[in-house]
Design a protein around this ligand. Structure first.
Ligand code: RAT
Ligand code: ZN
Length: 432
């Protein structure tokens, strides 16, 4: 197979042993297993098809992905407002022109569009956007979900489910027949990062909460809210994304809500609390969703949570490259911590390669190397194809290192290990 990425380790230069000369078939076997093993995608922004237009798919949504919006503004010179006033098709036209026609689409997000289209059997070299649009217009959503999931090798897709989303909430309230390929995660950012605006909403929805200095009853009522939504959606974990600079514990309302409502709720329902740490929201608000940035997190926060609440489980991903090593070291100290994914700005090949190898070397197989964060259904195809290749390369090198000692792995052992990385370890962690 092809050699690893920029950070790939090389086997030491020594005379080939018998084990080394038989590496090629082993490498091929590992690659084959990793490329085809079913995956649970533990964090996406996709929706069960019952949510209708909330489930984004097709070439225009691929092109207006916020990762591409920010890249296109490196070249576009129209005012931000003008861009946002355009229709989705017109925005996609501009992005296609700037990122695919006027320059070669070498960034990871651009390459991803091409990987996806190619995997769907479309001819990208014609650079014919109207023809691509016609093809998508002739697809049905149900078939397209099946096709994309097959191409990505997914067995399950976790949604991000927010009771605070005015488009999503009424669908849950009305009820619908669930598609069992989609699992749920309860997302609670507004509760923890903007309590003064959120408290009146909870009050309107019938929970007896007070925004000022909340009495005990407020926390009980927040727990009742969390319990109602956990049951309503069948949540498998509770999730929040917290800004770089987040501190815990402090005397803030956020600390109180975490300590007195979220953590007791998670303990009661046996749910992990997923923390995504290190975002800087609205670094450039004019870019809207594309305007968030990254900052270093203080991982003492995580240490305080894991040590202070041993009966809680914490799933964690960190956005800053500089936090990745510390996260691994912390994970070695706390069994109630499970790192996952190469999130957002770290979801680029050179960092996936580096972070995955770092985790394998410090944690063995007790983590979840990747999630897609797909916002557009078709993106699962490229996000998983690209990541699988990097994970395969890292494993080839690791098993080759073992072979140097005379330790050989059987096919069944490789399959077991890959299954752990692709959802098995996550499932065990959630059940523990
Ligand atoms: O990766 C993304 O699409 C980000 O915009 C965020 O959604 C992030 O993943 C999050 O869940 O907050
Ligand atoms: Zn996300």
């Amino acid at each position: 197979m092809a050699s690893g990425g920029v950070f790939a380790y090389r086997l030491p230069l020594m005379r080939p042993t018998r084990t080394e000369s038989s590496q090629a078939p082993l490498a091929k076997q590992i690659e084959e297993i990793v490329m085809s093993a079913p995956v649970t995608d533990i964090h996406t922004h996709l929706y069960d098809p019952a949510f209708k237009e909330l489930l984004l798919w097709g070439v225009d949504d691929l092109l207006v992905y916020h990762y591409l919006v920010s890249e296109s503004f490196r070249y576009l010179d129209l005012p931000y407002d003008r861009f946002w006033s355009l229709s989705k098709t017109a925005q996609a036209d501009l992005i296609w022109d700037a990122l695919f026609l006027q320059h070669s689409p070498v960034s990871e997000a651009c390459r991803g569009v091409l990987t996806t289209l190619h995997a769907l059997g479309l001819d990208v070299k014609k650079r014919d956007l109207p023809a691509l649009r016609r093809w998508f217009a002739s697809q049905t959503v149900d078939k397209h979900i099946t096709r994309c999931m097959e191409l990505a090798g997914l067995r399950k897709i976790f949604m991000t489910n927010s009771p605070f989303d005015d488009l999503e909430r009424p669908v849950w309230e009305k009820g619908f027949r669930r598609d069992d390929r989609f699992a749920t995660a309860l997302r609670i950012d507004p509760l923890l990062v903007s309590w003064p605006e959120t408290a009146p909403k909870l009050a309107r929805w019938g929970y007896k909460v007070e925004a000022g200095v909340p009495p005990r009853q407020t926390f009980d009522e927040v727990r009742r809210f969390l319990a109602d939504w956990t049951k309503r959606i069948g949540a498998r974990y509770v999730m929040v994304s917290l800004p770089a600079g987040f501190e815990f514990p402090t005397r803030s309302i956020t600390t109180q809500l975490i300590e007195q409502a979220v953590l007791p709720h998670c303990r009661e329902y046996g749910l992990p609390f997923a923390l995504m740490l290190g975002v800087k929201r609205a670094t450039n608000p004019q870019l809207q969703l594309a305007g968030d940035g990254v900052g270093l997190s203080n991982l003492n926060v995580l240490q305080n949570l894991c040590a202070g609440y041993p009966d809680n489980k914490f799933l964690t991903t960190v956005l800053a490259r500089e936090n990745q090593h510390e996260l691994c070291v912390l994970t070695r100290k706390f069994r109630n911590l499970h790192p996952f994914g190469c999130w957002w700005f770290t979801n680029v090949p050179c960092l996936i390669d580096e972070i995955t190898r770092l985790r394998l070397e410090l944690l063995g197989l007790s983590f979840t190397p990747q999630h897609s964060d797909a916002r557009v259904l078709d993106q699962i195809v490229y996000k998983w194809q690209h990541s699988r290749r990097l994970i395969a390369q890292a494993l080839v090198d690791k098993y080759a290192d073992l072979a140097q000692t005379g330790w050989q792995v059987s096919r069944a052992e490789i399959e077991r290990d890959v299954n752990d990385l692709f959802g098995g370890a996550f499932d065990r962690f959630c059940r523990s």
